[in-house]
Write a protein that binds this ligand. Structure first.
Ligand SMILES: [Zn+2]
Ligand SMILES: [Zn+2]
Length: 129
């Protein structure tokens, strides 16, 4: 399973649907993602043979993984990545910095202030090239 896009997330999936919530790395605000139904024919059945149960578990695991990846991609589009510490942050926590060439950093990095750090960062970027 790929690592979650934010440091904290919760998996609220049930046998009927897949549901993930992610949290802004900076303020902890929850970011809800689209809920997907578990569409397998087995989802509706009450009584299952052992073979069916096994099949359902495999299908469920696959769909669960796909829903999780979709949710991560969805959250990636809704959040910004701090160019200094790498945290995934919501719009409220995003500081747009000219020092980063119009890039984005989180409030913590912005407040910690950081003229110095920002210019170090830019310098490091240049060195790496
Ligand atoms: Zn936030
Ligand atoms: Zn940051």
């Amino acid at each position: 399973m790929l690592s979650p896009i934010t440091k904290k997330y919760t998996d609220d999936s049930s046998m009927k649907q897949f549901k993930f919530t992610f949290y802004c790395d900076c303020c902890g605000k929850p970011i809800f993602t689209k809920v997907y139904d578990f569409n397998s024919a087995f989802a509706q059945k009450t009584f299952l043979s052992n073979d069916e149960k096994e099949a359902r578990a495999i299908i469920y695991a696959n769909e669960h993984r796909e829903a999780y990846e979709r949710a991560n991609n969805e959250v990636r589009l809704n959040l910004n990545r701090c160019e200094i510490c790498g945290d995934m942050i919501c719009e409220d926590c995003s500081v747009y910095s000219d020092k980063l060439g119009g890039g984005v950093c989180c409030k913590k990095c912005g407040e910690a202030n950081n003229e110095a750090k920002v210019s170090d960062y830019v310098y490091l970027q240049h060195e790496r090239r």
